[in-house]
Design a protein around this ligand. Structure first.
Ligand code: ADP
Ligand code: ZN
Length: 733
């Protein structure tokens, strides 16, 4: 670089994108003697604040009104982390354009979660200390065995690996039986060992693994579906591809549904690669977040496993993305930027020229359609690994075998529970309803307890004796007299939640060791891991749970799964009700009989002839998929057509309605598209805001984001009304 050019650059200004609700970048002066390149993380003054942003060069980011230089402020400093790679910047621009989200808000998903000012504090780990504890318990012994053999670990890691509560580790540390050491260097150097041999693969597994390894080595974009029944060894197969990509020197991202981020998955990873991967999920502490972010940005985290937001971490050298349980609805983010992490993972892989693997026992119709159209490749694992067989599924017709009044378990299921535990095996009862009862009403006047802020019933939670709104969190003590007619003692619970089911189980089987797993009593992954451990060690006979326990777990002694209300997801008739109900029930069923003891699944249903039940009973997944595919195709619904929803909301019901009608007036026209609505949303009020919806339905050839962008631009709306665009909606509430 010539001296002249260099001087010119020193006087230059840069565009900086800030993680705020803004489309455009701001110009800043480069401090004297500095050289900044696109992608650099910088701190800049904004009003009285200091904000961390990224030097931007994208064409989409139009500079704000240009000031003369004398008014420009200067960049404060460059943050000491590697610049955001160009492919990541392109990805953020792509996501912003597709989801109609201000670019700054998309950047926030990359910057906001881990790059707080200042470097993270060092990590503390523990080794065996000088004085053994006075009292030795079985749990303490497990901690000692673990640390006697292995390297120092964090308290959290010890609790997980030794299957003890956090209190056990803290107790030992306080008593001086464990000594703290600085972990930083050890963790840094502990890269996964991809050369370690994996298990011997079956023929089907090694065929699939071979194909994946080839794709991993090719170093170009490919999308592959790994389609295999629960327990077929999909995880072992994609571990092979991970090993290959690590050998090439690249980083790997594994996306799991939040609740699938289990200790069991981490244990398996550690067994295979000799160390745990970098974890990224919403339950991390600020310190853990900062460390994980930096280690990823610096390329030191070789494998990151995370929930959907991990997709936005600044990988300098990503070489493979795996989306496990790709069909899972939790990959769709509904707050803030509305995006589907599976779809965006495919985009990220394509921009970065790398393979993406979509893993599922029940692939989504979108993914199946992409395979049929030849856009994605598909690898099959048709059987469970080893001796395990898929469980036998039976339906209990609740019309002919009803439970007694006020009870929820039918006689055949009660008998089966009894027989299973008598054989020394375990039972899981699945009911996807939190709390004690979904509805409370007054027997005198019929009044129902409803949320004052939302179109929703209040759900009773016995623990604490309160009723609660599951949408906004509003809660009050369960009233003893009716708020409407003041009749005393007439409030009754209607229908079952998991707490009520637990009550029935306790009454029927007083000697069983029963545990409840729902998001209300499981504060984060550690609590889940703790209970999973207890169930694995057979300290619990019967586990009652919501969908939080439906995924991923492997319990060798679990042989009976009872689905208390198999029809629950079918009500409402949402576009994907059939597909989702099938996926969820298949997933739950897949917990049974995973080892050498055969499993059984009992579905309590009032609709035993429903296509979903029929498919589950006869293991005819492909028949159901074909049927649903045809229904969607003939209706022009996704994946054969495109949808976008507009959700209009505000505090003033008249303004919201008027705005919804104004949008309908200004709706795009054309024979390849159609606008449905406006109509009040099913969830007509949410957190005190009134809501209306419009739905754009278009042929596949239509550029839906662009159409919606033009539509919104053409219809001016009052400030008090907010419109959110949801491209490819999954929720229609
Ligand atoms: P999936 O992810 O398809 O549900 P998993 O990968 O969890 O299946 O495998 C189910 C069980 O079978 C796990 O306990 C796993 O360790 C075991 N397993 C799968 N493949 C093999 C193999 N080739 N050798 C030994 N164990 C295996
Ligand atoms: Zn509410």
């Amino acid at each position: 670089m010539s001296a002249e050019l260099f001087t010119e650059q020193l006087e230059d200004r840069v565009s900086v994108l800030l993680p705020l609700r803004l489309e455009q970048t701001f110009d800043y002066l480069v401090p004297e003697g500095r050289c900044l390149v696109p992608g650099d993380f910088v701190t800049v003054p904004l009003g009285k604040r200091v904000v961390t942003g990224v030097v931007w060069d994208g064409e989409d980011a139009a500079p704000a009104a240009s000031f003369d230089d004398s008014k420009l402020k200067a960049v404060i400093e460059r943050v000491d982390v590697p610049p955001l790679p160009q492919v990541h910047r392109e990805f953020l621009e792509w996501v912003a354009a597709y989801t109609l989200t201000p670019l700054g808000m998309v950047l926030k998903m990359t910057v906001g979660r881990g790059l707080a000012a200042g470097p993270p504090r060092p990590l503390v780990g523990y080794v065996l200390g000088g004085s053994p504890p006075a009292r030795m318990t079985r749990a303490r012994e497990r901690v000692f065995e673990l640390l006697a053999q292995g390297p120092p670990r964090t308290a959290k890691d010890i609790a997980r690996a030794a299957a003890v509560g956090p209190g056990v580790v803290k107790g030992l540390a306080d008593a001086g039986a464990l000594a703290p050491v600085e972990l930083r260097s050890i963790v840094q150097d502990n890269a996964p060992d991809w050369a370690r041999p994996g298990p011997d693969l079956s023929d089907a597994q090694s065929a699939a693994a071979g194909r994946l390894r080839d794709k991993a080595a090719a170093g170009k974009f490919s999308a592959t579906v790994l389609d295999g029944v629960t327990g077929s060894g999909k995880t072992e197969v994609y571990f092979d591809a991970i090993a290959r990509v690590l050998d090439e020197g690249h980083q790997v991202l594994v996306l799991l549904p939040e609740i699938g981020l289990t200790a069991q998955w981490l244990d398996r990873f550690e067994r295979r690669f000799g160390t745990v991967p970098e974890l990224w999920h919403s339950d991390l502490s600020q310190g853990q977040r900062k460390r994980a972010w930096r280690r990823t940005a610096e390329g030191r985290a070789r494998v990151v496993v995370g929930a959907r937001s991990a997709l936005f971490l600044p990988f300098p050298d990503l070489g493979l993305i795996v989306v496990d349980e790709e069909h899972d609805p939790s990959f769709k983010q509904e707050d803030g930027p509305i995006y589907h992490a599976r779809d965006m993972a495919v985009v990220r892989a394509s921009l970065g020229d790398m393979p993406v693997v979509l893993v599922s026992a029940t692939p989504s119709l979108e993914t199946v359609a992409n395979v049929s159209a030849g856009r994605y490749d598909c690898l099959h694992l048709p059987d469970r690994f080893g001796k395990a067989e898929l469980p036998k599924v039976v339906a209990i017709d609740m019309r002919s075998d009803p439970p007694e009044r006020g009870r929820w378990l039918s006689p055949p299921l009660v008998d089966a529970i009894q027989a299973t535990v008598s054989d020394g095996e375990q039972v899981m009862l699945f009911l996807n309803r939190r709390g004690y009862a979904p509805l409370t009403l007054c027997r005198a006047c019929g009044h129902r307890l409803q949320c004052p802020n939302c179109t929703a019933w209040l759900v009773e939670h016995r623990q604490g004796g309160r009723v609660q709104c599951h949408h906004c969190g509003f809660n009050v003590a369960l009233p003893s007299s009716c708020p409407a007619c003041t009749a005393d003692g007439k409030m009754v619970a209607c229908g079952p939640g998991v707490e009520r089911l637990a009550e029935e189980v306790a009454e029927r089987f007083p000697t069983l060791r029963v545990a409840l797993m729902s998001s209300d009593n499981m504060a984060g992954p550690d609590a889940v891991a703790d209970l999973v451990g207890r169930f694995e060690r057979h300290e619990v006979d019967l586990l009652i749970g919501t969908q939080i326990m439906a995924k991923g777990h492997h319990f060798p002694l679990l042989t009976l799964v009872g689905v208390v209300d198999a029809d629950l997801g079918l009500a409402g008739g949402d576009l994907r009700a059939i597909e989702r109900t099938y996926q969820l029930l298949f997933q739950v069923s897949g917990r049974a009989g995973r080892a050498d003891r055969p499993g059984k699944v009992m579905l309590q249903t009032y609709l035993p002839d429903h296509p979903v039940m029929a498919a589950l009973l006869s293991s005819d997944r492909d028949g159901l998929i074909a049927r649903e595919t045809e229904a969607r195709r003939s209706a022009g619904m996704p994946p054969f057509g495109r949808l976008a929803a507009l959700i209009v909301s505000g505090r003033d019901p008249d303004l919201v309605r008027d705005a919804a009608y104004a949008l309908a007036q200004g709706a795009p026209q054309g024979k390849e598209l159609q606008v449905l609505g406006p109509a009040p949303a099913p969830l007509a009020m949410l957190r005190g805001r009134h809501r209306w919806r419009l739905l754009l339905k278009a042929e596949r050839t239509v550029n839906v984001p662009e159409t919606v962008r033009r539509w919104l631009r053409a219809v001016p709306l009052p400030n008090q009304v907010r419109v959110r665009a949801d491209i490819d909606p999954y929720s229609f509430l």
